[in-house]
Ligand binder design. Sequence first.
Ligand code: MOS
Length: 765
Amino acid sequence: MKTYIIGKPIDRVDARLKVTGAAKYAAEFSQNNLAYAFPVCSTIGKGAIATIDTGAAEKSAGVLAVMTHKNAPRLKPANIMEVGLYGTLPGESLLPLQDGKIFYVGQYIGLVVAETYEQARAAAGLVKVNYREVKPATGLAENKAKGKKPEKMFVFLEAQPKRGNAVTAFNAAQVKFDQTYSTPTEHHHPMEPHASIAVWENGRLTIFDATQAVMGTNVVLAQTFGLDKKNVRIISPFVGGGFGCKGLIWQHTMLAAMAAQAVKRPVKLVLTRQMMQTNVGHRGETIQNIRFGSDKSGKFSAIKHETTTYTSDGLMEFFFEPCGLATQMLYSSPNVEIVHNVVPLNFGSPTPMRAPGESSGTYALESAMDELAHELKIDPVQLRLTNYANTDEQKKLPFSSKKLKDCYTLGAEKFGWKQRIQTPRQMRDGRWLIGYGMATATYPGYRGSASVRVRVNADGTALVQSATQDIGTGTYTVMAQTASEFLGIPVERIKVEIGDSDLPPAGTSGGSQSVASVAPAIEAACKIVVKRAMETAAKDKQSPLFGKTEKDVSFGGGRIFLTGDSSKGETYIEVMKRANLSKIEECVTANLAGQPPGGSGAPCSPFTANPDQNADQQKYSFHSFGAQFAEIGVDEDLGIVRVRRWVSVLDIGRVVNEKTARSQVYGGVNMGIGMALMEETHYDPRNARPVVRSLGDYHVPVHADIPPQFEVYFINEPDPHLNTLGIRGVGEIGITGVAAAIANGVFNATGKRVRNLPITPDKLL
Ligand code: MOS
């Protein structure tokens, strides 16, 4: 397929709104008569409320209501299977203020509603609580034996996949590699905190919400409040970063709705940075044992990846950090065993965080690959080629498209991998020890169903609507770009409306699936609209399109041209104007094959329903791949690690916008640098309280930490099977492999192997 504007690095269509502050985020939707809510949070990690005294809070200035489990309205638990079809789920099964039981520090145990935020917050501090405290379970290693091995992950993925007999093959192998790695608990910390403004009007609930899932929030809120879905509207036009923590539905949104119902006024609830650490998910700590059995050339006979991680104590069954999922398909081996051992601990529920499983799992797997290559004196790229998987050996399916070899080759060339010296501590730049590291990147290609309404107006503008979201990734831009391609209307004249559950339904902005799901629906809807416009034009004797069909035209530079004979370049818009047609409109739901119209489609992301419904999922395995190359400097005296140079080469199918796609990879790699070198949430093991409490002590990369030389390349080969446009999505793959490439570079620089993230200076001294 020849494209004109798809693929171009056009500027963000919402850039001006964002830099001028005109883009409105959830907490900014001011309401008349607005009241403010502030939660009371548990200070213990496990137990129950013995007594709760709200007397002083109720008498405090400006207070309108104080809610606890004693007076809060009863909510209904959401039906996970039904909710899942809409692309997301509640973040945990706990509903707010239903009883006095406590499962983690920070759990909401009360809510104060007042005239101002300050009054609500001050009064929340006056609520006196006595607890019946039980010792919380906090240590992952200590509680390992209490772990369970769930059958499923994300409701339908196999959580303990295996083939052959990895243990027997490992024991018989010529070369046995066996090492254990660990990753700490991490938090998403997007710049915009979670926020909900709830408004009840004539039995209809509207919530301005910071969410990656307006449809999912709509369904969960409808179910918990016993409302018809039509009577719940979720509005979220701009989201200040999500990374997964805004993907599932959390209790504060329900609290805002409960509060607004109680005081009969609109209520705003904005989480503090501290609540963002305890109430809206995180990436759970992991301990990962990797075993390889191979021959002397490094060819695998066995791979075993055993992960111990945790989930909250009885509140979350379907999600834990799935470190081994990529290991089942990334390398060729007849014997593979993936184990996920999940321990219940007294923390809030873990949740997806950018490439859940792949980012923490590839740290262990790709570090182990580097260690084995070093032991066997094989180049790390070569070891990966030796074990290259030509098919998905676990699913026994061909990949829809896999250009990983091209990623290794191009990456090695652009990086100058040939210059690497296998023996550590051979390269120096003044006081800096220099090392080169690489790793494989991978993330599944997901696709859900999506509906889109496209309207072409007689003034030559178009409107594209869908209940998807832009969480900062550029969804507005690529939607306008896709519509421009297929309508022949310039991007500047296309308006995109998203982030509203009243619009045609679409899925969660999670699993890197939004563009792969929504863009094919736009294509389908635009084609129908164009066909209708063409039919009108074809009947117009004055039109250069007279007697033609859509087969006779082509699109370019935002205009429609006749193929063949000389065209005046008149667009069908001008024809519509003359024919007095005010608009042509089509709403299309595209399913997995991108086929309009009708049907609910076949969702196939971890946030949606059973992929077996979908025939294509049975024919192909969909994955994106890539290679990460890093030049690392380590200050020998101080143990400081600097990432000096970066090359990412990614195979993500067709690139829709080279600029926004590259920005996603910059962001992913930077998040990976944070994971490798800085990010870590500590808890006090005695009482389960987080010790790290602010962005002052939760360290993330700043500009000075970003590699001064940073190159991103795309293979840009359309996926022939995932959708009509060949798009596989780019949001998450950028972070995968990053921590390993850095750890491997640190080893090459220093000879020191750090097997527990983050690689802080103390671990190198
Ligand atoms: Mo992403 S962790 O799938 O929101």
